[in-house]
Design a protein around this ligand. Structure first.
Ligand code: PAF
Length: 269
């Protein structure tokens, strides 16, 4: 596996492989089984698999967890090697945002509301870094997790609007046995909080069940969450995106903010 730390190294490493298909899995590291599912999907579909590991400062707000976001480069690189990645792109913040950087991408409608209400500017940071990664790697396919459903919609819209010609693949959420969606931020939870956090997927399941029975999924999920006072909901809404209806939720358990969702109608191919 090539480890490229600069744009020039990434381009040079990919040059001999341009004849075949290239898949990109963008990550912020702290890799878990959810990332491994993205990498496996890329490995199965692409001749060359590139994974980026970059904790993108531009998508964190001033009071968010940028400083304490889990980082373990050696373990991430070992996981990427194990997953059969051909090139790991591990740039510094200075490489991605050199002095004078001033070009930002905004996805005007899908990038507003829900996550953006709590994390203003988040999707501007996500869209900008993804566009830059796409420009460096020039992938045929890029892989994102369904857990970050609004992010997947934002990136898909950007790819379509800017005619980037990349197939955005959305891979189903990987869950622990008790239903909690895998997330690098689960590492912040104490054992007690970890047990409490199960209320979030349970509430979404209650919402999906209500929907199947003709009821109001968001109301049912909110009611289920209200039964667990140690979970502080941020939003519980039905999002209508591109022919899909998705019950989306964000909540705090202690100081940890978790998001999750369940598809009610439609879905990703
Ligand atoms: O989902 C993530 O880990 C990040 O938002 C991404 C897509 C790697 C962009 O920094």
């Amino acid at each position: 596996m090539i480890v490229a730390r600069t744009v020039a190294e990434a381009r040079a490493g990919l040059e001999p492989r341009r004849g075949g298909s290239v898949g990109l899995v963008p990550t912020m590291g702290a890799l878990h089984a959810g990332h491994r599912a993205l990498l496996a999907a890329a490995r199965a579909e692409c001749d060359t698999v590139v994974a980026s590991v970059f904790v993108n400062p531009a998508q964190f707000g001033p009071n968010e967890d940028l400083d304490r976001y889990p980082r373990d480069e050696a373990s991430d690189l070992a996981a990427l090697e194990e997953a059969g990645v051909d090139l790991a792109f591990v740039p510094s913040a200075g490489e991605m945002y050199p002095p004078g950087f001033q070009t930002w991408v905004e996805v005007a409608e899908l990038g507003r509301g829900l996550e953006d209400d709590s994390r203003p500017g988040h999707f501007r940071g996500v869209a900008t870094v993804c566009l830059k990664l796409f420009a460096i790697v020039r992938p045929d396919r890029a892989y994102f997790g369904q857990k970050d459903a609004q992010q997947a919609e934002v990136v898909t819209r950007m790819v379509d609007d800017l005619a980037l010609g990349i197939d955005v693949r959305v891979v189903p959420t990987v869950r622990d046995e008790d239903g909690l969606a895998l997330s690098s931020r689960n590492a912040y939870l104490s054992p007690e909080e970890r047990r409490t956090a199960r209320a979030l997927p349970r509430a979404l399941a209650a919402g999906a069940e209500a929907h199947r029975e003709g009821g109001d999924p968001a109301a049912a999920a909110r009611a289920a969450l209200a039964a667990e006072p140690r979970v502080a909901p941020d939003y519980v809404e039905v999002a209508h995106w591109n022919g899909r209806a998705v019950l989306v939720a964000a909540a705090r358990v202690g100081s940890t903010r978790l998001i999750d969702n369940v598809v009610l109608e439609g879905g990703w191919e």
